[in-house]
Design a protein around this ligand. Structure first.
Ligand code: PMP
Ligand code: GLN
Length: 389
């Protein structure tokens, strides 16, 4: 009997699908996958409907690099929020979500045998992407409870074979928003070792309080060695649209485009027209988004703390990492199964976001998503109270 390739044999099923299935089976309140249970802005949905009904022009292939309207809006957004100067014709590629943007970046920028530095805990697709490219992941863990990088550990990860570093801030799953000073350490090492940064910034607009999102491409000397990845999903509550992008220096983006043209070629055209509308929304849209999520974060934080978990207040993203060691004796996978089956709440165990050797670092942690209705968060909090010893 024919069977699948060795390349994918070790991958298994993503933890997000696994937990969704288990949560549905046990009727758990699902704070697992980062999937809003509310809709995106009505004006944005209307812009998509209008594009779909706009006839021929938007219902056929757009250019492979993206619709001109979308690329122009992306470039304006990058200039307005970050002061970046992106070339709309040579420095941008529209992709099916940030997931393909990262994959196309790795395929287009990294050679077999190269090393790619990955900060742990990492978003789950990064390592399979690196392995599919025939490259080698080199792991550098963040240190709880504050989830900080050790500059010496990071320095030791660089070798003459290092081609790229995958950066993610605001960071999933820890909720860290790295400071300019922390990022300068990363930038200095990448410049010293002539390394490319693939910067995943999908939570760019989800920052709280005094935290500020700084694109690593905006640091001196970094634009020419960085490709910045993001998508519409989190900023506009439309994760199902799967519209993302890569932008950066034309020399690097050319590599990404060469891969992308033979992975997806082009991306859903009507969504790009609506995406151009989204990227043009005023600053007040993001202020409202941030205050909505601040309130949700506070509901979940209160529920987790009342249940006896030690939750770390996130500076960004819509996730909270919480230490459950005071209320449960097993590891993160056992805790998650207990929570779903006996308490009625689903979360994500972070161990799949680590290499084997570092898995113990988060073995007493669980990730909870707060991109949910306030009533859902309150219901989850009531159920979590049963954990208290
Ligand atoms: N990167 C990170 C850090 C994420 O949390 C996610 C989850 N949405 C993605 C990439 C994937 O984004 P998209 O849905 O746009 O592919
Ligand atoms: N980014 C989402 C999360 O971390 C999951 C997206 C996915 O299922 N791949 O929850």
């Amino acid at each position: 009997m024919p069977t699948f390739a060795n390349r994918v044999a070790p991958f298994g099923t993503t933890i997000f699908s696994e937990i969704n299935n288990l949560a549905a089976e046990y009727g758990a309140v699902n704070l697992g996958q980062g999937r809003p249970d509310f809709d995106g802005p009505p004006d944005l949905i209307n812009a998509a409907v209008k594009a779909l009904q706009g006839g021929q022009q938007y219902n056929q292939y757009p250019p492979g690099i993206g619709a001109p309207e979308f690329r122009k809006a992306l470039v304006n957004h990058a200039a307005k929020f970050y002061g970046l100067d992106v070339d709309p014709n040579r420095g941008v590629v529209a992709t099916p979500g940030a997931t393909e943007a990262v994959f196309a970046s790795i395929m287009g920028l990294v050679d077999p045998g190269d090393e790619v530095i990955v900060i742990e805990p990492y978003f789950d697709s990064y390592v399979p992407n690196i392995l599919m490219a025939g490259a080698k992941p080199v792991f550098v863990p963040l240190h709880p409870p504050e989830w900080t990088l050790d500059p010496d550990e990071l320095r030791r990860a660089f070798t003459p074979r290092t081609k790229a570093l995958l950066w993610n801030s605001p960071q999933n799953p820890t909720g860290r928003v790295f400071t300019r000073a922390e990022m300068q350490v990363v930038a200095d090492l990448c410049i010293e070792h002539d390394v490319i940064v693939i910067s995943d910034e999908v939570y760019e607009h989800l920052v709280f309080g005094t935290a500020q999102h700084v694109p690593i491409a905006s640091l001196p000397g970094m634009f020419e060695r960085t490709v910045t990845v993001s998508s519409l999903g989190k900023s506009y509550s439309v994760t199902g649209w799967k519209l993302g992008w890569v932008y950066g220096a034309p020399e690097l983006v050319t590599g990404v485009m060469r891969a992308h043209q033979f992975i997806a070629f082009a991306v859903h055209h009507p969504s790009q027209i609506a995406g151009a509308f989204a990227m043009g929304l005023p600053g007040t849209y993001y202020e409202d988004l941030q205050s909505m999520y601040t309130a949700k974060r506070d509901i979940l934080m209160a529920g987790l703390n009342a249940a006896g978990l030690k939750a770390k207040q996130p500076e960004g993203t819509y996730f909270v990492m919480a230490d459950f060691s005071d209320v449960f004796d097993g590891n993160d996978v056992e805790f998650t199964a207990h929570l779903i089956k006996n308490i009625g709440v689903a979360c994500i165990p972070p161990s799949p976001f680590y290499c084997e050797e570092h898995r113990h670092i988060a073995s007493k942690q669980a990730r909870f998503a707060f991109c949910k209705g306030d009533d859902t968060l309150r219901q989850a909090s009531e159920r979590l109270a049963k954990l208290r010893r």
